[in-house]
Design a protein around this ligand. Structure first.
Ligand code: NPW
Ligand code: ADP
Length: 481
């Protein structure tokens, strides 16, 4: 798992680590790692360093000294010449850095104005410099976090903030580097995820504030699904998922939801719907069993019509786990006594919470947690960085996929896949986060760097599952759009 921690936890861990090290050692490690990560700046090129008043500026100044030794030329802009890391400035100037009044034509920039000591929002010269970056577009690397974003809340301020091309962070990820909308300011260049410099912090860190499944986490499958270790497993021990989806208006949703469920882990897929739709589903997918019967989990809502409320009530009567999606989300009871995974997008979550969609998009962490608390269940908020929140569990963010996944019907595939994982033995938190991970990964494998259809995502799921299981998934993030 890739993990992020809050500012308070990072500070406490740094204090504990620093207590056993010579003075200044942590900053030396951070600066060395930062300089190594700036290998795209060639010798002879000018790097503009925007230097803030705290240790974030200090990291950059010591890194600048390393870069000068490598032949890079360095211009320093000091936010406040009276408040600057003294030893760092001395090291950079001794190595040959020039102090300049403000940015001009530099093509490479290091944003070291503020790190985890930042308050959200830039004003004055810091705001002007962030506007220079936005207007001039030098290749900009942020140090630890992009200056001006809300580090723990992962929100963007109404006032200015830096938009970086990439971020180099220290010790552990911070929430703002993984979660939208702040993650967008940390940069999409290269791998889209900030580069992490190991400064020896890990043994001093507590439980994370955010976590993300990684391609190397295939062991989760065996840990989550007991039957994978049992050669004697059969279709009923693998679980049956029931699908109540589609309508005359959205017949395709039934097919797509079923295709997501079929390529998942369940031993059998049941479809419940009107006779004509059931016939068409079975025509396309002969392994589907139509009609009511015993299931281990239900998926209710994708493409459902006016009967979404009745379908949900019927599924709830069954007393098994369920995934509630799309129009069924508007018929939720006050609480559940079965394991439940709700899968809204921002617009649906806004309606559930009676707020505006832009409020959910501005503060997704707050809203997904509020819904999880209110319904005391797992809520998967779909988006470019899908979130999965459950009371008492660490919130997960999904880092696989690409913007091409935002295509009609892909949510129906996701709901079916999540239902099959739920039926097959995962709890809603694992089912939701594994489904989002596999769904995103399948979209990249289906057509890396290009468009995908929801059907193509479903078709890529079995191969994706196998590769994940075998530790062969590789890079399944594609944020170039
Ligand atoms: N601790 C360690 O051992 C290690 C730490 N490391 C590095 O240290 C960084 C944290 O350093 P830091 O604590 O000095 O805070 P930093 O982010 O540089 O700035 C705080 C200053 O900025 C000011 N300020 C903030 N926001 C503002 C705003 N919006 N607009 C205007 N001013 C604003 C704030 O002002 P004040 O609130 O005091 O008024 C304060 O003066 C961390 O991110 C990492 O890079 C690494 O070396 C590894 C070892
Ligand atoms: N910009 C994006 N980047 C990555 N994934 C995205 C993006 N936009 C949407 N998605 C994903 O695409 C899917 C869309 O689901 P949904 O909105 O329910 O669509 P539909 O109702 O058409 O099936 C979700 O899994 C969501 O996380």
């Amino acid at each position: 798992m890739l993990t992020a921690h809050t500012v308070a936890d990072v500070r406490a861990a740094e204090e504990s680590l620093a207590a056993g090290l010579p003075a200044g050692e942590l900053m030396r490690r951070a600066a060395r790692g930062l300089a190594d990560a700036l290998d795209h700046v060639p010798a002879g090129e000018v790097l503009l360093v925007l230097v803030g008043p705290g240790n974030n500026g200090g990291d950059a100044l010591f890194a600048a000294a390393h870069l000068l030794d490598r032949g890079v030329r360095v211009d320093l802009c000091l936010l406040d010449p009276h408040r600057v890391h003294g030893d760092g400035l001395a090291a950079a100037v001794l190595a040959g850095a020039q102090i300049v009044d403000g940015p001009s034509q530099q093509r490479h920039c290091l944003d070291a104005m503020f790190g985890i000591g930042a308050r959200s929002g830039l004003v004055g010269r810091a705001a002007e410099w962030s506007e220079w970056i936005a207007g001039t577009r030098p290749r900009t690397v942020a140090v630890d976090v992009p200056s001006g974003v809300d580090v723990d809340g992962a929100t963007l301020p109404a006032t200015a903030h830096v938009m970086a091309d990439a971020t180099v962070t220290f010790g552990t990820y911070k929430n703002c580097l993984l979660v939208s909308p702040a993650a967008g300011a940390a940069g999409w260049a290269d791998t889209a995820i900030a580069r992490l410099v190991d400064i020896g912090l890990a043994p001093h860190l507590p439980a994370p504030s955010i976590e993300a499944i990684e391609p190397s986490d295939g062991h989760l499958l065996v840990e989550t699904f007991d039957w994978l270790r049992a050669p004697t497993s059969h279709k009923y021990s693998r679980g049956v998922v029931g699908i109540a989806a589609g309508s005359s208006q959205y017949a395709g949703a039934a097919h797509l939801c079923v295709s997501g469920a079929l390529t998942g882990m369940a031993g059998m897929v049941r479809f419940v719907g009107d006779p004509e739709l059931s016939r068409r589903v079975v025509d396309r997918a002969p392994e589907v069993v139509a009609g009511t019967g015993r299931v281990q989990a239900w998926v209710v809502g994708p493409g459902s019509g006016d009967d979404a409320g009745d379908q949900l009530a019927t599924a709830l009567d069954d007393g098994v786990a369920l995934v509630v999606d799309a129009s069924a989300l508007q018929h939720l009871p006050d609480s559940f006594d079965v394991p439940v995974l709700l899968t809204p997008h921002a617009g649906e979550l806004a309606e559930m919470l009676d707020v505006r969609r832009d409020e959910v998009e501005a503060e997704p962490l707050v809203h997904v947690a509020e819904a999880a608390r209110r319904w005391r269940c797992t809520v998967l908020l779909k988006g470019s960085r899908t979130l999965v929140a459950t009371p008492g569990r660490t919130t997960r963010v999904n880092l696989t996929g690409s913007p091409w996944l935002g295509t009609a019907g892909s949510g129906d595939v996701l709901a079916g896949l999540a239902g099959s994982l739920l039926a097959s033995g995962a709890d809603p938190h694992d089912a939701g986060s594994l489904a989002a991970f596999l769904h995103g990964a399948a979209s990249v494998r289906a057509n890396r760097g290009g468009p995908v259809t929801a059907s193509a995502v479903a078709e890529a799921l079995p191969g994706t599952l196998a590769a994940f299981h075998d530790g062969q998934l590789g890079d399944v993030r594609d944020w170039r759009g």
